[in-house]
Design a protein around this ligand. Sequence first.
Ligand SMILES: N[C@@H](CCC(=O)N[C@@H](CSC=O)C(=O)NCC(=O)O)C(=O)O
Length: 279
Amino acid sequence: METLSTSKAHGGTLGVYRHASSATDTDMTFSVFVPPQAEEGGKLPVLFYLSGLTCTHANVTDKGEYRRACAEHGIIFVAPDTSPRGEGVADDPEGAYDFGLGAGFYVNATVSPFAAHYRMWDYIAEELPALVAAHFPIDPARMGITGHSMGGHGALTLGLTYPDRFRSLSAFAPIVAPGQVPWGHKALGGYLGEDRTGWRSHDAVALIEDGHRPAGDILVDQGDADSFLAEQLRPQLLCEAADRAGVDLTLRMQPGYDHSYNFISTFMADHIRWHAERL
Ligand SMILES: N[C@@H](CCC(=O)N[C@@H](CSC=O)C(=O)NCC(=O)O)C(=O)O
């Protein structure tokens, strides 16, 4: 693992790192904030934040405003990239923002040419937790996951699939049912193929319908002025599935907030506190 930069913040250290990923067979870059409590020598809980379409690790690192709350609650914060990148990595044939580079959708692609590198599911579920646990003072029994939009979809599907691994689960404006919305149709069709049975493992609503359960309760914040709300996000579908299944979900509709990092940064500290209480 190569250190690209480190900088002191709120008494802790923000670092950006690059490594050769075996999951994606590319270099991958991510950021980690280690709070000042690490100096005491113990292992700390970790929160993985999965970003949305068009993002790298840098969007939340620059605009997410998570460091003060992580320093207050003693949480390590890990922000990975959203897709493999580099020479030989396939992109959307028309360069669209919602597929290919910056839009890995947290799945292991099975369709050529994407199957060669687009293995973000394995990267987030397996490789990255092991890598950060080897290099930072992380307690692997206290891992939480959150994310925004496409990353909220990733957090929900990973948290529902691996409740023993991700002990706390929240999301900001997530895509809750990719099998029922245009972003999801394009991504799951392009990465997994048109046989929709395979899509259910990457659809939070379908996962709940199919019997998957999170480790505990789920927190979702959603702005009601989000331009993607009605067509792409549809959080009501998650509420209905959770109600039917007895999953403890809190959906907070936040008046006036849009889909941007102004929304995310407003509620970030609250999500970090919420995860800290559960980890
Ligand atoms: N057409 C827009 C759409 C991109 C966008 O809004 N991306 C969001 C995530 S959307 C769902 O996953 C985002 O987080 N953008 C980065 C940011 O820093 O705001 C466009 O291309 O801009």
